[in-house]
Every structure is written in structure tokens, then in C-alpha cells.
Design a protein around this ligand. Structure first.
Ligand code: HEC
Ligand code: HEC
Ligand code: HEC
Ligand code: HEC
Ligand code: HEC
Length: 447
């Protein structure tokens, strides 16, 4: 046990130097038997149990990509490279907290059916009492299992003890797992910090207000309330949450198009719904991109590349089929002479990508967030209530069919670049493009 703890400290030496390292202090302190299974809680909290079970919280250790990234990449890497040795337990502290708290590290893979599979369970969140950090990150929660559950209300009578927790009700609670610094000291997840710096924090709109929605339901069997905390936790894995998350408006100066001419198009993207950047969280692998196409009356499709703006690092925000990346993955997997795979997957050449690229210590773009030394070169994501304007100069083909032409602008999202998904043989649902929003304009073609 002690050895594992020391390994973790070693892995985070950089941070240790910055501040006395206190996060992760709960590792290995407890026994599995001290935590009840979610099913037990679900005997009385049926509705909340059903909601939680469908959420990513219940699948944080078992769902396909997490399983692959930990067992195929992070764990082997932690055994090889001392600098990242701490992630052996670090990943588990957020993704399978019970295994972390009981020192079951590394836990057996999901197929073995251990209690690590319970993921971020009722007993994790409702036993968390606080944090060791001023501004929480890196699983810096403190936890106290037992009969007393931390809850949001003052007026409850329950068959178990209940303590009213201001912490559970605060965004800082979410920050204990949603903000993360890599062993190299790079902020590789900062949803809380993005929120804190934005308009919603100032207005008092918490993470819970958008992700643990409030409405009529049964807080427990026979305890109807009109404002129960629904444990939906919808995020980037829910098409319903992504749909319309960003407004899209498409403009042209004219209503007609001349063959063999140049015409200007403008797209405005307004993030009016997301309380932090989009994408956020696992920014190293999320892709948000805008495609603009023209379709003539003969059904022929013409792709229109985005105009360059000329900012530093812009190359990383425009899709290129030549760019290779993610070499670290091949190295970890021991593939000799691995040159990398397509950086932008199947996104068409010249499309704008809203992203924040992460770089490994050798300066190559990476999806290994634990192996990230730097990610401050360029941040071209869309901030809360920010509008990004993209312009397009279309060289209208001389051969365009007469009649009308339809301009289509579509904003897509994918959890992982398709090239990475295919390379790691992830389920196709993990890298399928999802439409966030779309707009069309119909223009007349001049004779
Ligand atoms: C035998 C039934 C029963 C079981 C089992 C049970 N609870 Fe409860 N719990 C209740 C009742 C009843 C309430 C009160 C609900 C109300 O008045 O809103 C409650 C309230 C709560 C609250 C809310 C307190 C608040 O401030 O609103 C939390 C949190 C909670 N339970 C967590 C759990 C967890 C976690 C488990 C599993 C370890 C669990 N409960 C198991 C019956 C149960
Ligand atoms: C990721 C953390 C997390 C997990 C996992 C979680 N909860 Fe909660 N729960 C919360 C938060 C946060 C609130 C309070 C929301 C607020 O303040 O708006 C809450 C509120 C509650 C309440 C009070 C509901 C009300 O409005 O009266 C109950 C009861 C409860 N949770 C039970 C459970 C049970 C049972 C499970 C497992 C099936 C569970 N929770 C899993 C974070 C969590
Ligand atoms: C104990 C750690 C922990 C705490 C506390 C926690 N989360 Fe999470 N959360 C996770 C993990 C791990 C995932 C990733 C699940 C996955 O993709 O495997 C996640 C995923 C999510 C997602 C993404 C779901 C999706 O569809 O992409 C949302 C939204 C979310 N959490 C919101 C919250 C909010 C809001 C709070 C605070 C009320 C909170 N979380 C507290 C660990 C935590
Ligand atoms: C004003 C509403 C709002 C607030 C406040 C808010 N979110 Fe979100 N969040 C969203 C929406 C909408 C999405 C879906 C679009 C997306 O993925 O960015 C989302 C997505 C997410 C995701 C998935 C991100 C990704 O790209 O993988 C996580 C994780 C998350 N939120 C956590 C949090 C946490 C933690 C907080 C508080 C620090 C928070 N959210 C505050 C609205 C909100
Ligand atoms: C500080 C807590 C924390 C640590 C440490 C952590 N994660 Fe996560 N992880 C999260 C949260 C929260 C999310 C969800 C963010 C989002 O929805 O974008 C997440 C998302 C992921 C995802 C994306 C899941 C998906 O479906 O797209 C993978 C894969 C993952 N983590 C693997 C790992 C691995 C492997 C490690 C260790 C190297 C690790 N995580 C360390 C909290 C953590």
C-alpha cells in the first residue's frame, strides 16, 4: 500500500514542488464492505437509481473507451515511465473511486465483475465531505463512509443519517474530479476553471443547475417533491444535450451566385447553452468542426474551405489529411516504426476545427492526457456565451448547374477522432459524428 502511494507521489513530483501534495490522501484507507452497492440505495431511491444507472457516472470504469485507454495505454505506460507512474492509481481515483479508496490498484478489468465496476456510485458522491484543496482538482475529495449521507436539504427524515452539505451543492464538488493536472503540470481538464472564469459562475448558475436538473419526482419511495435533483448527468455522450448547444447562423451578401466568380459566406456560432467551453472535459480527444458545402441543382457537392485568420497555431484548427499525430500511442503499444495516424480523422481538408491541441513531451499532438507536457499553444474552442465568426470565400465553379444552389453549414461533434477510434478498435458509437446544429441558404444561379 505504502509503495503505491509513494509511486503516485513520484508521478506528481512537479505538483508536489508547487504545493504540499494532499490530494489522493484517501487512497487505500477503506474496505469495499464499507460502501453499499447502488442497488441497495435504489431499493428506496428508485427513480434516482434509474437515472444514475443510465448516466456515464455508472459506466465510468466499464464503458468501452475508458477500459481501453486505461488497460491498453495508461497502465502499460505507468509501468514503463517513472514520470507517469502515478496514473496507475490516478485514473482509478476518478473513474473507479471504490477501487482507489480500498487500494485495489490496478483493479481487474471490467469483465471480472469486481466492485470497481460500480464507477462513480451513490456512495462516492454522498459520502464526500469536502476537499483538501482551495480550488479542487485531481481527486482531492475527502470521504467518510458510514450511515450518514451528505444531502442537499435541511428538511429530511430518512432511515439513515443525513447531513446537509453545502459542498455537495457547490460547483467545487464537481471540480474534485472534473479538473485535472497532468504529471507534467499541464491543466488537462479544467471544466470548473472555465466555468469559474465565465458568466455563469458570476450569475450563480452551478454545474448542478445544468447537469442535475430539478423537477417533480420521488426523492425516495413515497417522498414526492416538486423539485427533486434528477441524476441525469447528460453531457457530450447525449445527443440531446449536444443538439443546439451552439447556435448557427449563415449569411451571404447577395442572393445570387455567378458561375466562375468568388462569393463570400459568413457563419456565426454562438455558444449560448454551455456553461464552459465546448468542447470541454477531455479536450485532448474531442472534436467540434464546421463543414460548409454547396449543392447545385444537379446534386453535385462542392466543399468550401474556411478562410484562414492567421493566428498562432491556426494550423491545428484547420483539418488536413496529411497531418499525422498520436505517435505516443504506437510507442506505448510497442509498434516499431510507428509514424502516427491521421490527426483529424475523416474531417474534410480545410474544415475549421474548434479544439485545444495537447502536446506530449516530444512536441507531438497527443490524446494521452497524462502524457501532456503542454497545451497552451492555441485554444480555439468556443467559450461560454462567446460567438466565433468564420468566413468563407467560395470559388464558384464555371460548370455549376443552372437554377439554384443550396449552401449547407453543419457543425459536428465527435468524442474521439475517427482515426483514433478505428486504430484502437473502439465501438463505432464512440467516434460517430453527431450534428450539433445546421443551417442552409438557397441562392439563385445567374445565367
Ligand atoms: C430504506 C430506504 C432507504 C435506503 C435503503 C436509502 N435511503 Fe436515502 N433516503 C431515504 C428517505 C426516505 C429519504 C428522505 C427523502 C426526502 O425526504 O426527500 C432519503 C434521503 C436521502 C438523501 C437526501 C438527503 C437530502 O438532503 O435531501 C440522500 C443523499 C440519500 N438518501 C442517499 C442514500 C444513499 C447513498 C443510499 C445507499 C447507501 C440510501 N440513501 C439508501 C430512504 C432510503
Ligand atoms: C456524481 C455525484 C453523484 C452521484 C454519483 C449520485 N448523486 Fe445524488 N446528488 C448529487 C448532487 C450534487 C445532489 C444535489 C443536487 C443539487 O444541489 O441540486 C444529489 C442529490 C441527491 C438526493 C436528494 C434529492 C432531492 O432533490 O431531494 C438523493 C436522494 C440522492 N442524491 C441519492 C442518490 C442515489 C441513490 C444515487 C445513486 C443511485 C446518487 N444520488 C448518485 C450527486 C450525486
Ligand atoms: C468522484 C469523481 C466525480 C465527481 C465528484 C463528479 N464527476 Fe462527473 N464524471 C466523472 C467521471 C469519471 C466521468 C467520465 C465518465 C466517462 O466518460 O467514463 C464523469 C462524467 C461527467 C459528465 C459527462 C457525461 C457525458 O455524457 O459526457 C458530466 C456532465 C458530469 N460528469 C457532470 C458532473 C457534475 C455536474 C458533477 C458535480 C455535481 C460531477 N460530474 C461530479 C467523475 C466525477
Ligand atoms: C449553463 C449550463 C451549463 C453549466 C453551468 C455547466 N454545463 Fe456542462 N455542459 C452543458 C452543455 C449544454 C453541455 C453539452 C455540450 C458540450 O459537450 O460541451 C455540457 C457538457 C459538459 C461535459 C462534457 C464535455 C465534453 O466536451 O466532453 C462535462 C464533463 C460537463 N459539462 C461538466 C460540467 C461541470 C463540471 C460544470 C461546472 C463546473 C458544468 N458542466 C457547468 C451545460 C452546462
Ligand atoms: C481528476 C479526475 C480524473 C482523472 C485523474 C482521470 N480522469 Fe478520465 N475523465 C474524468 C472525467 C471527469 C471525464 C469526463 C470528461 C468529459 O466528459 O469530457 C473523463 C473522461 C475520460 C475518458 C473519455 C471517455 C469518453 O467516453 O470519451 C477516458 C477514455 C478517460 N477519462 C480515461 C482516463 C485515464 C486512462 C486516466 C488516467 C491516465 C484518467 N482518465 C484520469 C476524470 C478523470
Amino acid at each position: 500500500m505504502k509503495d503505491r502511494y509513494m509511486a503516485m507521489l513520484g508521478g506528481a513530483l512537479f505538483l508536489l514542488l508547487l504545493s504540499p501534495l494532499s490530494w489522493g490522501a484517501e487512497m487505500g484507507k477503506f474496505k469495499y464492505s464499507e460502501f453499499k452497492s447502488p442497488k441497495r440505495c435504489g431499493m428506496c431511491h428508485q427513480e434516482i437509481y434509474q437515472e444514475w444507472k443510465q448516466s456515464l457516472m455508472a459506466k465510468s470504469f466499464t464503458h468501452g473507451w475508458d477500459d481501453v485507454e486505461y488497460f491498453k495505454l495508461a497502465l502499460p505506460h505507468a509501468m514503463k515511465l517513472a514520470k507517469v507512474a502515478g496514473v496507475k492509481g490516478g485514473c482509478i481515483a476518478c473513474h473507479a473511486p471504490l477501487a482507489f479508496l480500498t487500494g485495489d490498484i490496478p483493479p481487474k478489468p471490467p469483465a471480472s465483475g469486481t466492485r470497481a465496476n460500480e464507477g462513480v456510485s451513490c456512495e462516492v458522491c454522498h459520502n464526500i465531505t469536502g476537499t483538501t484543496e482551495k480550488v479542487p482538482y485531481n481527486f482531492s475529495y475527502t470521504i467518510q463512509p458510514g450511515r450518514v449521507k451528505q444531502g442537499p436539504r435541511k428538511d429530511v427524515k430518512a432511515p439513515h443519517g443525513v447531513e446537509t452539505s453545502q459542498f455537495l451543492r457547490s460547483s467545487g464538488f464537481c471540480a474534485t474530479c472534473h479538473d485535472e493536472a497532468s504529471p507534467y503540470g499541464a491543466w488537462v481538464k479544467e471544466t470548473y476553471r472555465e466555468w469559474k472564469a465565465g458568466p455563469y459562475a458570476r450569475e450563480g448558475v452551478r454545474c448542478q443547475d445544468c447537469h442535475v436538473s430539478s423537477g417533480p419526482g420521488n426523492a425516495a419511495r413515497g417522498r414526492f417533491r416538486k423539485d427533486v435533483a434528477h441524476h441525469v448527468f447528460h453531457g457530450a455522450h447525449s445527443e440531446s444535450k449536444l443538439a443546439g448547444a451552439v447556435d448557427l447562423a449563415l449569411y451571404t451578401k447577395t442572393e445570387t451566385v455567378s458561375p466562375s466568380s468568388r462569393m463570400k459566406l459568413r457563419v456565426e456560432l454562438f455558444n449560448g447553452k454551455v456553461g464552459h467551453f465546448i468542447p470541454s472535459g477531455s479536450s485532448e480527444e474531442r472534436m467540434l468542426w464546421l463543414e460548409v458545402w454547396a449543392v447545385d441543382s444537379a446534386g453535385r457537392k462542392f466543399f468550401i474551405p474556411v478562410d484562414k485568420k492567421g493566428f498562432k497555431g491556426e494550423g491545428y484548427t484547420i483539418a488536413s489529411s496529411d497531418a499525422l499525430a498520436y505517435q505516443a500511442m504506437g510507442e506505448i503499444m510497442g509498434i516499431k516504426g510507428f509514424k502516427g495516424i491521421k490527426r483529424d480523422g475523416d474531417v474534410p481538408n480545410g474544415a475549421r476545427i474548434f479544439r485545444k491541441p495537447f502536446f506530449d513531451p516530444k512536441g507531438r499532438m497527443t490524446i494521452c492526457q497524462w502524457y501532456t507536457a503542454n497545451n497552451t499553444l492555441v485554444d480555439y474552442r468556443i467559450g461560454p456565451r462567446e460567438t466565433k465568426v468564420e468566413t468563407y470565400t467560395w470559388k464558384v465553379p464555371g460548370s455549376i448547374a443552372p437554377g439554384s444552389v443550396t449552401i449547407e453549414a453543419t457543425l459536428y461533434y465527435s468524442l474521439v477522432p475517427s482515426s483514433v477510434g478505428k486504430f484502437l478498435k473502439l465501438p463505432a458509437a464512440e467516434y460517430k459524428p453527431v450534428v450539433v446544429n445546421a443551417g442552409t441558404l438557397v441562392l439563385k444561379v445567374k445565367k
